[in-house]
Ligand binder design. Structure first.
Ligand code: PGA
Length: 251
């Protein structure tokens, strides 16, 4: 049995005081100790260090939303894997569709980041997913297969065990349109079959595949109940304590 993992991707929301207030509300929830799933908070860079202090000793874990592939150097404005580790991050979201489309991140760039994160003991939450146009053309599986093959190039048997895959259909992100549970399950099962081909049955059964794209309190239960859906990557609904907690409870 895979333990589900819910991650909250705050995106570019919440300044420091707002972050403190949100984390305090989530953390002080009475039932936090009895959550059936693991929970990762991914606030903006500017709140990571404070978040680390606030969640110390709680069930919550910390993740970042991006990083640069290089270890250090003349990359003005960038942040490395070891810097993220130094402020308590265990996870980093990589290959998010907003990074792919708005910041021109290619499969190759994402692959370099994945390898760099792994070598710093940071666990990638590696995102894949098709656009609406690609889905309409019937090439969803081709797109996901390419993103998996290119993004995970040179990832070995040890590395893959430290990766979470997030299936995020681009047309469902921030749009209020969710994939149906059947649509999600179909792609999740396909991703697991790709993992089996590359890494074997045992490992493929252990890897967490999250669904992301307009996950809300009222649709979370249905989606999370699918056999190959092992959690959610939540955007919009994670920056309000109430809705994020409802999604966690749906596990
Ligand atoms: P959303 O975002 O829940 O707002 O659709 C999900 C994501 O981008 O990870």
């Amino acid at each position: 049995m895979r333990k589900k993992i819910i991650a909250g991707n705050w995106k570019m929301n919440m300044n420091l005081p707002e972050s403190i207030s949100l984390i305090s509300q989530i953390k002080n929830y009475n039932g936090a100790k009895t959550f059936k799933c693991d929970v990762i908070l991914c606030p903006p860079f500017t709140s990571l260090d404070t978040a680390r202090t606030l969640i110390k000793g709680s069930v919550f874990q910390l993740g970042a939303q991006n990083m640069h592939a290089a270890e250090s150097g003349a990359f003005t404005g960038e942040i490395s894997a070891s810097m993220l580790k130094s402020v308590g991050c265990e996870y980093v979201i990589l290959g998010h569709s907003e990074r792919r489309t708005l910041f021109n991140e290619t499969d190759n760039i994402i692959n370099k980041k994945v390898l760099s994160a792994l070598s710093s003991n940071l666990k990638p939450i590696f995102c894949v997913g098709e656009t609406l146009e690609e889905r309409k053309k019937g090439i969803t599986f081709d797109i996901v297969k390419r993103q998996m093959a290119e993004g995970l190039k040179e990832v070995d048997l040890y590395g893959i065990k430290n990766i979470i895959i997030a299936y995020e259909p681009v047309w469902a992100i921030g749009t209020g349109k969710t994939a149906t549970p059947a649509q999600a399950e179909e792609v999740h099962a396909f991703i697991r079959s790709l993992l089996k081909e590359s890494f074997g049955q045992d490992i493929s059964e252990r890897i967490i595949i999250q669904y992301g794209g307009s996950v809300k309190p009222d649709n979370a239960k249905e989606i999370l109940h699918q056999p190959n859906v092992d959690g959610a990557l939540v955007g919009g609904a994670c920056i309000k304590a109430e809705s994020f907690l409802e999604i966690i409870k749906a596990c």
